[in-house]
Every structure is written in C-alpha cells, then in structure tokens.
Design a protein around this ligand. Structure first.
Ligand SMILES: [Zn+2]
Length: 158
C-alpha cells in the first residue's frame, strides 16, 4: 500500500525489534491516514528535493515504544513522526531545507555532530492542526539526552 508516490505503509511501520519480539506494530485506519499526511507533507517533498530517503523509524505501537524505552507519548506513537536520513546528504542541510519550506510540527536534528554530515538523523512530525514549527537539536550531555532550540541554521552549528 502506497502512502504517497514514493513511500509505502510498510516503510513507515517496519521495525526489526517488533519482528524479533513478535510485537504488533500495525496502525489503525486513523493512524494510517496520519502516516499518509506525514508522507505527503514531509517525506515526499524531501524525496522530491533531495532524492531517496531512508526511513529508520515511523509508527511505533505503544508496546513497541515500551520495549525500546521510548515514551508512549511520543509522536511516533500517534503516527505523526518519523526518523529518516537522505543517504549522502548532510542532515543539517536537510533539516534547514525542511525548516524553510515545509509546515512541520516539530523537527529534531538528533545527535548531529557539526562537521560530520552523516552523523545523527532527522526526526520530523506533522499535524494538520496548528503545526508548532518547533526546531530543536538533541545531544548527549553527561549521559543524558538534552534538547535545545536551533536559532538560525543547523548548518551554522558549531
Ligand atoms: Zn523520532
């Protein structure tokens, strides 16, 4: 089943952990509609601009979230967020382009190391009602994950 021209439902629900632990990671009809919006409004425009996109995590059922230590309040659980990369492209550049061109809800440049274009990944969510356009970076400090707003361009992070 295709969610947009270049994205399938399978890509957005695939989880090695779910397979390995036999966890049901199937979204309901309402969640599939949200995944479709995520593809149409975020992933497909990114694909059209940057070329192939690798989705590393999309929908996560509550069971899967609990198993991998992710929050059940995460937008992954609501079928509103996905993690991805564009192979060979700088994650900061991709994030900056999304910031400038798309109506996202929350975008997190995760564990990106300035000067290392392939480090980390992009987390991006979409909601149809009042997107926040919140742009953050996540990084580790003293073993804990911290978040800070990105002011200006991610490409200019040092
Ligand atoms: Zn994520």
């Amino acid at each position: 089943m295709n969610l947009s021209r270049n994205f399938t439902l399978q890509e957005l629900i695939k989880s090695d952990t779910a397979v390995r632990l036999d966890i049901d990671n199937n979204p309901n009809a309402n969640q599939i509609e949200k995944l479709k919006l995520l593809c149409e409004n975020i992933l497909q425009p990114v694909r059209d601009h940057f070329g192939p996109v690798t989705v590393t995590s999309g929908y996560r059922s509550p069971d899967l979230c609990l198993k991998i230590g992710s929050s059940i309040n995460s937008q992954h659980c609501k079928a509103e967020a996905c993690d991805f990369e564009c192979p060979g492209k700088d994650n900061a550049e991709v994030a900056d382009w999304i910031y400038k061109n798309l109506d996202f809800d929350q975008m997190i440049l995760e564990f990106y190391v300035p000067g290392e274009p392939n480090s980390g990944w992009v987390h991006c969510s979409y909601v149809s009602e009042k997107p926040r356009k919140q742009f953050l970076r996540a990084f580790k400090e003293d073993g804990k994950t911290k978040y800070k707003p990105i002011i200006g361009k991610a490409k200019d992070l040092v």
